[in-house]
Write a protein that binds this ligand. Structure first.
Ligand code: FMN
Length: 328
């Protein structure tokens, strides 16, 4: 009798705690991402996302001139307001990257008259960053790499290896399943919470399945038809316990999927993460397509395939060290 009462107490305590912690998570997310107290951080986030969208577009073979102009005008307005407002603390590195990418974008996608006006606006905001612009350094846009350059770097020392892993969005057909499996087996060596090894990996290369999944994933526009294979990483929630471990699946899933991306790079296979920031309906649909059980949570997708001879790669500028590292 006493043990039943104890179990009921334990379960009610856990249920209440889980509810409270999720409510607290919701509050934290609401006041950081949806209705932020530090508004300029949000503006910087939008600037980064729009800039990345521009550089991705520049890297695609199909250069449809109608694409992205609206985003380019939105981005320049955000930069103007963000940089002119003395309270705003938009990172100078991010702003330089953004301006250089817009510069490349306008040269590629805009007609002469439109471009002249646009470049005037860019020059005007560039003046605000005069101390940060380094003319000898490429600040934004795209760069080219050959397959041989990537393959050589993938067998070199860690610094060269990791600096030459880039998201690949233009593949030359499917990679061999044995190589993919060998890469996943290397990724299995990565650490996980108490070694519970919660990650499960689904591979699909069937055209119909690929198209069904990619049609509900938001982030493959412009290179959908270039993707020959897809990995879907999930984590088995039933291996966790208690309210404290409620988010561990994303940590374990993140570590595993990056290890897989690096192992694929080591084996000469290109990859690009595809977010699974989905609605409930999209999540249910993906589960139906791949037959993913209810106890597994989808972490992220990875488009994979063989490297093509020559690859255009978005610069994807990184923040300077002093913005991200603090000795406290
Ligand atoms: C969790 C996650 C989700 C991502 N989702 C997408 C996506 O949906 N579409 C896309 O083109 N790239 C996606 N990426 C790739 C990022 O844009 C890319 O990693 C970033 O710009 C840095 O560039 P790099 O990987 O070439 O170094 C994603 C990356 C991560 C880690």
């Amino acid at each position: 009798m006493l043990s039943i009462a104890k179990n009921i107490y334990r379960l009610s305590f856990q249920s209440l705690k889980i509810l409270m912690y999720y409510l607290n998570d919701a509050k934290k997310y609401y006041f950081s991402a949806i209705f932020p107290r530090k508004k300029y951080r949000r503006i910087e986030g939008i600037i980064i996302k729009l800039t990345h969208s521009m550089e991705k577009r520049l890297s695609f073979e199909n250069r449809d001139p109608s694409f992205g102009k609206e985003k380019a005008f939105k981005l320049i307005s955000l930069l103007e307001s963000g940089l002119k407002d003395s309270n705003s603390k938009v990172s100078s590195t991010i702003a330089c990257w953004s301006i250089s990418t817009l510069n490349e974008f306008s040269k590629t996608f805009m007609e002469k008259n439109e471009q002249i006006e646009f470049l005037k606006r860019l020059t005007s905001i560039s003046k605000l960053l005069i101390n940060h612009i380094n003319p000898t350094e490429i600040q934004g846009g795209i760069f080219e790499l050959t397959r041989d350059e990537i393959l050589t770097s993938s067998k070199d020392n860690y610094e060269y290896f990791s600096k030459n892993r880039h998201s690949i969005r233009n593949f030359a057909g499917p990679a061999r399943i044995e190589i993919i499996k060998q890469s996943i087996s290397l990724a299995q060596k990565c650490p996980s919470t108490c070694n519970i090894q919660p990650v499960r990996v689904y591979l699909t290369e069937d055209e119909k399945t690929l198209n069904s999944i990619l049609s509900i994933q938001r982030g493959n526009k412009g290179f959908t038809e270039k993707i020959p294979q897809l990995l879907v990483f999930t984590a088995d929630l039933s291996l966790y316990s208690g309210f404290r471990e409620r988010n561990q699946c994303y940590v374990d899933g993140g570590i595993f999927s990056l290890s897989a991306a690096y192992a694929l790079h080591f084996n000469g296979v290109g990859s690009c993460f595809l977010n699974w920031a989905s609605s409930r309906k999209e999540d249910v649909r993906l589960r139906e397509i791949l037959n993913i059980p209810e106890n597994e949570v989808v972490i992220v997708l990875l488009a994979i395939g063989n490297l093509s001879e020559k690859i255009s790669i978005p610069l994807s500028k990184r923040r300077p060290m002093d913005e991200i590292f603090k000795v406290v």
